[in-house]
Design a protein around this ligand. Sequence first.
Ligand code: SAM
Length: 268
Amino acid sequence: MTQWIVDVVGTGYGQALQVGDILYDHRSAFQRVQVVTSPVFGRMLVLDDAVQTTERDEHVYHEMLVHLPMALHPDPRRVLIIGGGDGGTLDEVLKHPVAATTMVEIDREVVEVSRAFLPSIAGRAFDDPRGRLLIDDGIAFVKGTDERFDVILVDSTDPKGPGVALFSEEFYRGCRRILTPSGVISVQSGSLLYQRDLMDLVARHLRAVFPVVAPYWAAIPAYPGTLWSFTLAAPQGDPHHPRQLSIPGLRYYSPAVHQAALRLPPLP
Ligand code: SAM
């Protein structure tokens, strides 16, 4: 019998993806963790029935979460990743000449399963000496740390389960406290079409804390509705003036895409 995953976003909309093999299926301390194959997207990481990343289009999400804010900082040396257990965000960050990256992921099982079943997503990132992996709650880390970061990337699940407080004004206030003056934060903020309430909530909470807030988008076909949003925020600066990056081999991010991404289409 053909099996399908129905990935529901917001209210009243979902995307059905045919499943081939189930390579891993286990309930961790935080969520149901699955790795399955899809005839369209290759191997996919699925958490609580929501597709997180796939072999075919992970580069779109990770390049856009990472390079757009990194291009807005004059010299990002220290980067904080909250969540991001599959390692794709870490891999993109380490393409920059950063000094140190801290990744705070709450669920060790996501990291272990991604390393075992989705090795192409992180590449060799988890072995890079510039990277530090902490298995901890990102909210507690931000609240407690004395360190400062040039760029903070919130690579979180949707606001359910352990990810809920990552969308709160209090969490963003904590992020501002640990951001350097030229710092930039970027967060994934849900479907452009079907989670407008989530996008609005993220923008409202960020605006309460940061003078510069800008939503942007990318086309990520494995996510329901394809059009996906991120929101960046900063104490200062203009998101339309990125640095030219010299990173070979990028497949989605470019200076032209940077500008286009900041133009949200007028959607129905
Ligand atoms: N690209 C994905 C998406 O938008 O669907 C996000 C992928 S990444 C795997 C999300 C990670 O955030 C998960 O591994 C989850 O365990 C982690 N996470 C959720 N809440 C967290 C928290 N409070 N602190 C740290 N990590 C958290």
